[in-house]
Ligand binder design. Structure first.
Ligand code: F6P
Length: 537
């Protein structure tokens, strides 16, 4: 990004010269020109405010940032996370076993251990403390140890294998215990298994939930070793901490420090996915991601889907100054996809120092948020269409839906709903791009749609394990590519540490005399703490 100014001069463009309605009028085959096909996905980016010339300059920017070099560093296990001195080998988690290097044999070994555990639980060999089979599984985890498995499990529920359907899989992440409170009221301690998912096994959110559950189980069964053996599985990169918590070694699954938390759903962190959907569905997810890895590694830059997503993002943020990015899946099954991407993109690229820790002088990750598109139409699209904020959007849509439901009595009605959904998706990106020009101009200021809000549409042939794997991997590589161009490290997250430290400092103060506290609190925090104490007394 050092040459950003030169880049602006080279393009010789002003923001005002990029009007989507004009670009479409001037270039009738724009849709076909600005489109990339990759395994399982198609990206139409013709509604982005770019020209072929701009794309060529963006490609040069990626070359100047040495994207091909960094990409090889990523895939070959070099230290691409210098502040933590770690590789980031999530791509190795989904490489076929026969292509794995000998030092990564541990990946397949852990997958096979996971497979055996899944089989024992789903087949009823694994029993609760009183001898009953497990009916419910609760994943206790937060961030990367929650969002990926939650999102995938929800998205692919229709693809669950028969033996997986009998298990109900739940997720509890919140530190306040709200989700657990709801769950524990309805679940039976005899038939519920808990997965403690935590890369570090120190995250207080997860451990406080785990401790509450442990006490709940102990109040029903006083044989603690039995409770630990029959009701907990730990998944972590820190085996010693699982040992210290009391988890028997046979109830532990491992992964490694070189797997970033938000890139970890492909590892044993995916256990809830395998339990809810079946191990072969999990393997298909991995194979779809691997197909995208190969595409990212080998496709030329301007035909490379993740690279293009990244270049468009850089263009929007750094040239068009668009600092908001909406993720709009037109598919109820992708309900949790926006939250998943919020962590993936903002925790990775919400940085303001370069790899060496030097301040940078350009913008990085935009604010990213989203919602199921058709629902968001009735919530925040008003701002997209007529607000004062430029926003770039990703529309995500599956072309085919209800393939497996042809026998269903209301198949025709559901198909009609799917068509309605598609029409809405296409209509929204069209209106955002063209404004009133999509239909007819008007003098009515309340009905004026300026358009020119850029968007991309990601079309999946259909939402299946492989295509979802490819979609997620495409965004992972987008994030990596942007980090390379911005010169930052996407694999650390130092920005979340100070808040944890201050919370630890505040926790004891809340139950002590604030007046005698040695910690000098600001007047706002002090006032809030006092008020809370008064309410609680
Ligand atoms: O606090 C942020 C974070 O470290 C995320 O990066 C991570 O996904 C999440 O917390 C959970 O961490 P762990 O898996 O170690 O419990």
């Amino acid at each position: 990004m050092k040459n950003l100014d030169a880049f602006y001069r080279l393009t010789g463009l002003s923001r005002q010269s990029l009007i989507l309605a004009d670009l479409f009028a001037d270039q009738p085959d724009r849709g076909q020109l600005f489109c990339i096909k990759s395994p399982y996905l198609m990206l139409d980016f013709s509604k982005q405010r770019v020209t072929s010339d701009i794309l060529n300059h963006l490609e040069k920017l990626a070359q100047q940032a040495e994207l091909p070099y960094w990409r090889e560093q990523l895939f070959t296990g070099a230290v691409v996370n210098p502040s933590e001195n770690r590789a980031a080998l999530h791509t190795a988690l989904r490489a076929p076993a026969n292509q794995q290097s000998a030092d990564l044999a541990c990946v397949e070994e852990q997958l096979q251990r996971m497979d055996r555990l899944v089989t024992r639980i789903q087949s009823g060999v694994w029993r609760g403390y009183s001898g009953k089979r497990i009916t419910d599984v609760v994943n206790l985890g937060v961030g990367g140890s929650d969002l990926g498995p939650l999102m995938v499990t929800h998205a692919l529920r229709e693809h669950a294998e028969p033996q997986a359907r009998a298990l109900r899989v739940h997720f509890a992440s919140t530190i306040d215990g709200s989700q657990l409170f709801d769950l524990l009221e309805h679940l039976s301690p005899e038939t519920t298994l808990f997965i403690i998912s935590s890369k570090s096994f120190t995250t207080i959110d997860t451990l406080s939930n785990a401790n509450t559950v442990r006490s709940w189980l102990s109040s029903h069964c006083n044989d603690e070793q039995r409770v630990l053996r029959c009701h907990f599985i730990g998944v972590s990169a820190t085996t010693e901490k699982m040992d210290a918590w009391g988890l028997p070694p046979e109830n532990q699954l491992a992964f490694w420090q070189w797997v970033g938390g938000r890139f970890s759903l492909w590892s044993t962190i995916g256990l809830p996915i395998a339990l809810a959907l079946g191990m072969s569905v999990f393997r298909q997810l991995l194979s779809g991601a691997h197909a995208m890895d190969e595409h990212f590694r080998h496709a030329p830059m301007l035909q490379n889907l993740p690279v293009m997503l990244a270049l468009l993002g850089v263009w929007n943020v750094n040239f068009l100054d668009i600092r908001a990015h909406a993720i709009l899946p037109y598919d109820g099954r992708l309900k949790y996809f926006p939250s998943y991407l919020e962590q993936l993109e903002m925790e990775s690229n919400g940085k303001s120092v370069d790899r060496a820790g030097q301040p940078i002088d350009h913008a990085t990750c935009p604010v990213l948020w989203g919602e199921i598109g058709a629902n968001a139409q009735h919530a925040f699209y008003q701002l997209l269409h007529q607000g004062t904020q430029p926003v770039a959007s990703d529309f995500i849509l599956a072309a085919r839906r209800y393939d497996n439901a042809r026998h269903y009595a209301h198949y025709a009605e559901l198909q009609a709903q799917h068509q309605l959904n598609i029409a809405n998706c296409l209509a929204q990106s069209r209106v955002l791009a063209l404004g009133n020009a999509a239909v007819e101009p008007t003098d009515n200021p309340f009905r004026h749609y300026p358009g020119n809000q850029p968007s991309s549409t990601l079309l999946l042939d259909s939402l299946e394990p492989q295509s979802l794997g490819a979609l997620i991997a495409a965004y992972e590589h987008k994030v990596f590519t942007q980090a390379v161009i911005w010169g930052i490290n996407p694999f650390d997250q130092w920005g979340v540490e100070l808040g944890k430290q201050v919370a630890l400092q505040l926790q004891p103060l809340l139950i002590s005399s604030l007046e005698e506290s040695e910690v000098l609190l600001d007047s706002s925090t002090l006032q809030l703490a006092r008020y809370i104490q008064e309410q609680q007394s």
